[in-house]
Design a protein around this ligand. Structure first.
Ligand SMILES: Cc1cc2nc3c(=O)[nH]c(=O)nc-3n(C[C@H](O)[C@H](O)[C@H](O)COP(=O)(O)O)c2cc1C
Length: 188
């Protein structure tokens, strides 16, 4: 299962800031999930959307970070509590997790779950985010992540493929193949 947060609107894309109907992280989340036979995709949607204007979104996010806001999010459509393996995809915001992702993390128990982080960013990959994630998801295992520059999001097929293939090779030595690895297990 993959859970993602992504902002639609004016964005960085090859220099200028066009309006994008699909955010960078959403592109990556879909590229990842489409490689699974039973794709399960759930979006973290804030109740109050962020501004379309890039500069305004920067300002709102900066203030939320300073205030440690926990913005309300809509109920998720997938069974998070019942899933042991979760791919979590997000953009880097001011070197941190976007605050709606923090809201999401605080809504669930993470003991014994495995998280595969996927981050889109413009520089310095995960930055401090892996520490932040470990703090929020105590008792979980955080596996090797995938970091992709947002401006390359529409061109990231090979990076996604390599990342997933690595897990597949690891999994070959274990009882679970990649397919079983990632699927949700409703009711368990
Ligand atoms: C509010 C905001 C804050 C950002 N902060 C950073 C940052 O600290 N470091 C960075 O490399 N990129 C930063 N970016 C760029 C985004 O991480 C990058 O464009 C990402 O791919 C956006 O993903 P999305 O389209 O799915 O929202 C920021 C973008 C926004 C809108």
């Amino acid at each position: 299962m993959i859970v993602y947060f992504s902002r639609r609107g004016q964005n960085l894309y090859r220099g200028p800031q066009p309006y994008l109907n699909v955010g960078n992280t959403e592109l990556i989340a879909k590229a990842v999930v489409n490689r699974f036979p039973q794709p399960v995709l759930a979006e973290i949607v804030p109740v109050h959307p962020y501004p379309n204007d890039y500069q305004e979104a920067l300002a709102v996010a900066k203030q939320e970070l300073a205030d440690r806001t926990l913005p309300a999010i809509k109920p998720l459509t997938a069974d998070i509590a019942g899933s042991q393996h979760i791919i979590l995809a997000f953009p880097k915001w001011w070197n941190h997790l976007p605050r709606p992702v923090v809201t999401f993390m605080k809504q669930f128990q993470w003991q014994n779950k495995t998280i595969y982080p996927v981050c889109t960013h413009e520089e310095n990959r995960f930055g401090d985010i892996l520490n932040e994630l470990a703090e929020l998801a105590q008792g979980s295992t955080i596996e090797r992540g995938l970091a992709i520059r947002g401006v390359c999001a529409s061109d990231a097929d090979r990076a996604v493929e390599n990342w997933l293939n690595n897990y597949d090779q690891d999994a070959a030595e274990q009882p679970l193949g990649m397919t079983a690895y990632w699927q949700t297990q409703p009711g368990k």
